[in-house]
Design a protein around this ligand. Structure first.
Ligand code: PAP
Length: 344
């Protein structure tokens, strides 16, 4: 599973001599690897993808025209995507009506579920992951009739984003990431539930760690993905907001305020902030019927997006050796960048 190809440094990308502009570009000619003995993935532009997502990613990259008020959410898988989508939906809906009773936020819940789209639909339904949910289903989607501001999400690395998303001054990017050890454990649970359901032995954790550290996994290498967005966010902080899952957990109100201000939707009161934080909490979202029993993507149950949501869950799984293997990889990748994801 772990091959040296996965640790290759991605080529920097903003040039216009993209191989994908060439009509003869063929996915089946890309380097291939096996992910978890379960599926093929292929390497494009230095990162690894499910083969079926490469063409949609290429079409997105070469045809998408950003609007001045677009918001693009971005994340590596399992780092807080669902949470970020929920938060942005809520913030864009703000002001949420605040009940006037003095019975406290939880007592207001039943009443205000009625006006909350999160109570009816999974967050992924309203903010779609552009390569897998939009371009993979329709090569020429009609994105231009979508009301402004448009909100999209992508798991794609920064280097393959369309130039227009990078260059359009008003188009904002919000990136979320997470401690690599918790990301790995979350991925491990998720893919075990997909590839090894019904009590089958989970995939050996040491092999999952090898795979993660070598970068040969969907949208990997994780560390390069994070580093690219981090460096860009340092250069252009008004363009890219860089969030960490752990900081959202630790200081939800402060982080959500920061997010809302970045999106140009600052809160008018503390009550509004509290309401958004509460509406998007894991405990609340996971109990909605749509998230207990629904499915919006390739038969993946919505419930699989809501697990423990704990910071430091990796301590329940990783041996000191496996932990050190991930820390070593993080140190070598992030050295000198000012980024640390292990301080949570
Ligand atoms: P995705 O990239 O496939 O969409 P993503 O939402 O990023 O997945 O990750 C799922 C993780 O976020 C799960 O973490 P865990 O496996 O460590 O438990 C899930 O529990 C967590 N999560 C989902 N929704 C929330 C939320 N509202 N608040 C906090 N954590 C959440």
């Amino acid at each position: 599973m772990a091959t040296s190809k996965g640790s290759s440094i991605p080529s920097s990308g903003n040039s216009h001599d993209h191989q994908d502009d060439d009509a003869s570009f063929r996915v089946n000619e890309l380097p291939r690897a096996r992910f978890w003995d379960a599926m093929d993935i292929c390497q494009w532009e230095g990162s690894w993808f499910e083969p079926g997502l490469v063409k949609p990613a290429v079409t997105f990259r070469t045809t998408f025209q950003a609007h001045h008020d677009d918001v693009l959410l971005a994340s590596p898988p399992k780092t807080g995507t669902t949470w970020l989508k929920a938060l942005c939906l809520c913030i864009m809906q703000n002001p949420i009506p605040i009940a006037t009773s003095d019975s406290g936020v939880n007592a207001e819940a039943a009443a205000d579920d009625d006006d909350d789209i999160l109570a009816k639909d999974n967050p992924h339904f309203h903010i779609q992951t552009i390569e897998s949910m939009i371009y993979a289903t329709k090569p020429h989607p009609d994105l231009y009739s979508t009301p402004s501001p448009r909100l999209f999400h992508t798991h794609l690395p920064y280097k393959v984003l369309p130039d227009s998303t990078k260059n359009s001054p008003g188009c904002k990017i919000v990136y979320i990431t997470r401690n690599p050890k918790d990301t790995l454990i979350s991925l491990w649970h998720f893919f075990n539930s997909i590839f090894r359901p019904n009590g089958l032995e989970p995939y050996p954790l040491d092999r999952a760690v090898d795979c993660f550290c070598s970068g040969v996994h969907q949208y990997g290498p994780f560390f390069d993905h994070v580093l690219e967005y981090w460096l860009e966010s340092q250069k252009r902080p008004t363009k890219i907001l860089f969030l960490k899952y752990e900081e959202l957990k630790r200081e939800p109100k402060a982080e959500v305020k920061k997010l809302a201000s970045f999106l140009g939707r600052p809160f008018a009161s503390e009550e509004e902030v509290e309401k958004v934080v509460w509406r998007c909490s894991l405990e609340r979202l996971r109990n909605f019927e749509v998230n207990k029993n629904g499915s919006i993507l390739y038969g993946v149950p919505n419930s699989s997006y809501f697990r423990r949501g704990a910071v430091g869950d990796w301590k329940n799984y990783l041996t000191p050796e496996l932990e050190e293997q991930i820390s070593r990889t993080a140190r070598s990748k992030f050295e000198g960048s000012g980024l640390c994801l292990e301080d949570a």
